[in-house]
Design a protein around this ligand. Sequence first.
Ligand code: NDP
Length: 491
Amino acid sequence: MQTAPSKVQHFIGGSFCASENGAWIERENPATGEPLRLVARGGASEVQRAICAAEKAATPWAATSASERSRVLLRIADGIDAALEALALAESEDTGKPLSLARSLDIPRAAANFRFFATAILHETGESYRTETPQHALNYVLRKPIGIVGCISPWNLPLYLFSWKIAPALAAGNVVIGKPSELAPMTASMLCEIASRAGLPAGVLNVVHGLGGEAGHAIVSHSQTKAISFTGGTATGAAIATVAAPAFKKLSLELGGKNPTIICADADLTVAMPEIVRSAFLNQGQICLCGSRILVHQSRLAEFMAQFTAHVSGLRVGDPLESESDLGSLVSNEHRAKVQALVQSGIDDGAKIVMGGNAPIRLSSRVARGAFMHPTILLAPPQESRCVQEEIFGPVVTVQSFDRHADAVRLANGTRYGLAATIWTRDLSRAHRMASALDAGIVWVNCWLLRDLRTPFGGTKDSGVGREGGTEALRFFTEQTNVCIATGAQL
Ligand code: NDP
């Protein structure tokens, strides 16, 4: 029996509310095609109300001690843990991702984000400099909250990425106007309730739902949002920068990726293969860090292809609620059509389709209308093909070969993106040389998606500006004042 879609409302000043004009966006479950949510369609007036609520909350929240903020954030983390099952189900329903993945990756990481920043602010160290010329002085650096900050996040890892911004923003003493993707809004809404129960004061976290060009634009363009932390596509990031930069807002842009996985001549394929497969197809390939371009040393290509295709054939695409499903559905049928068009462009450019593409999939009747797609392997596309150059953001990998390791670096660096890269080799010296030559914000050697939350996270080139994570995030969400005190040289 079909259930009525649930309503996802804004959270402003500590209360849930609909849009002033009563507008809603209809969102269906991408795996079943059935109506799932009615999402409040906010715009400038809801953002204005959120700004007013945030303005009231800003000074008291900034004045709380780090230990008090830490306690609230830790309670939010505990609240996320306690709601694990409900949050994971909502995430799976919104995005089509396997419930098992939401349960094991997305939601635990959201709790970890809050715990990490809740404790990081307790161990912050300051900067100070003793000056001796031209005069004796002591400099020290004050870090203050910025005030009202905008946090805008995408649909692929909804709560994981939303909390990756909100947790450091709140920990540093800011008040937030957030906007999740309207495709996957439910867990952001549930987070508001959890935060409220954890004692986060009204107005400190506000969420305005809606479309990017409406609610998102209103957040970015409002004169009172002093910093914008954005994760999403490169084109959207560029559009946001044109609005935010002339207003001198602080900007953090985490954008698209087209990440190379480099398999060197000496790679241990037995160890590497499960991770190479995971990095290609986790979350249906809809992770900015997915290794979507595999570069294999010519001497290992035949062996690699035999092992890779055997592993990928074993992946099960199916109902996200079934525990055996390795891949669920893509986020929408529109997105699948875009992914398939890019696969077709690769074939048109001369790539050989080894597996997947449009192949029909046998699915249970519950999900027969879902946006599913087989894992797809394109062999030997030319480097200039769109399927190599553009972010596909689906279960599609290209495989190219190289003769010299220097050629691998050239191919790896030969796109506009520079988010992540992975190197599989037994030669540590080679790994060091390649890592320093790669245009990437993150280089993994003999591993993938191994994240230490203290490390800087972000991309080079068109993959973004700025870094998140650890002290980088706390620096982004604070304003600095250097205090210089003349001390004199004599006692
Ligand atoms: P989008 O860029 O389409 O959207 C991201 C967010 O921005 C959404 O909430 C969106 O709202 C909003 N938005 C859209 N237009 C504007 C605007 N003009 N002003 C303000 N906000 C706006 O990305 P997707 O949601 O499609 O996510 C996929 C992309 O995210 C991929 O390119 C992926 O690589 C990237 N990504 C990057 C990561 C990183 O850390 N580097 C991590 C994860 C994903 P709406 O949904 O309504 O359009």
